[in-house]
Design a protein around this ligand. Structure first.
Ligand code: ADP
Ligand code: MG
Ligand code: MG
Length: 252
């Protein structure tokens, strides 16, 4: 589904990603971990197509398409979902209206008829149940005055509604309380299928007690320096990142 080859990216002329290689197949959950400043969020942003980042080398092929050639909007319609790509605040527009527009744009792109109000409501109820979302949340303006946990819930709900092929969740270590962890992981686990894939970016080993990744990759200095399974995450929980830094730095 996703093939990243020798990806290099810079911000304001400073190289951040220095040769990322990653293969993600349908049905898989990959966790990207690594110390602060290693380039995890940069990788997520480059995949989403954020403009500040300049890709200087390498390729990203998604479902056989050169992802780097596509605008962020088209990437989203092709089925790439990034939680933080969606607006933080649209005053006066309820998340319901916003979502209906977004869902119907995706459907149109996929050659499906738009959902009318009734069908949309049915879909919403089904997905709300799936991610245990309170109906009251939806009548509020999008992300306006939401708590950390509510924002997470809303993100995962958006993900459920948009039915992405590839979801990229950048879980910054800040503000992830136990409740938010549970919401994110339940959502990811519930939405997992043999047709989609998820990349979870996290600094936080704990998230992986809830989400069981098929693969764990450690990013350090803009490269994936170690890959493994869940056991690698447990090893990191126990030993931290220093041993990996030492291993890499001693080879350099
Ligand atoms: P992580 O998510 O792993 O903590 P980031 O991708 O956020 O790492 O950052 C990687 C590196 O890029 C860090 O050294 C950071 O200081 C640098 N960086 C991130 N954003 C910018 C920016 N806008 N301008 C300059 N440097 C940046
Ligand atoms: Mg960081
Ligand atoms: Mg980050």
């Amino acid at each position: 589904m996703l093939s990243i080859k020798n990806l290099h990216a810079s911000i304001e002329g400073t190289p951040i990603l220095r040769g990322i290689n990653l293969e993600v197949k349908a049905g898989e959950v990959h966790a990207i971990m690594g110390p602060n400043g290693s380039g995890k969020s940069t990788l997520a942003s480059v995949l989403a197509g954020r403009e500040e980042y300049e890709v200087t080398e390498g390729e990203v092929i998604f479902k056989g398409i050169d992802l780097l050639e596509l605008s962020p909007e088209v990437r989203a319609r092709e089925g790439v979902f990034l939680a933080f790509q969606y607006p933080v605040e649209i005053p006066g527009v309820s998340s319901t209206n916003f979502l209906r527009t977004a869902v119907n744009q995706v459907r149109e792109y996929r050659g499906l008829d738009p959902l009318d109000a009734v069908k949309f409501l049915t879909l919403m109820k089904e997905k709300m149940k799936l991610v245990e979302i309170d109906q009251k949340l939806l009548s509020r303006s999008l992300n306006e005055g939401f708590s950390g946990g509510e924002k997470k819930r809303n993100e995962i709900f958006q993900m459920a509604m948009l039915d992405p092929t590839l979801s990229i969740l950048d879980e910054t270590d800040s503000g992830l309380d136990i409740d938010a962890l549970r919401i994110v992981s339940n959502g990811v686990n519930q939405l997992k299928s043999d047709k989609n894939a998820t990349i979870v970016v996290t600094h936080y080993q704990r998230l992986l007690d809830y989400i069981v990744p098929d693969f764990v990759h450690v990013l350090y200095n803009g490269r994936i320096v170690k890959s493994g399974t869940k056991e690698l995450a447990m090893e990191l929980e126990e030993k931290g990142y220093d041993w990996i830094k030492e291993e890499v730095d001693s080879k350099a």
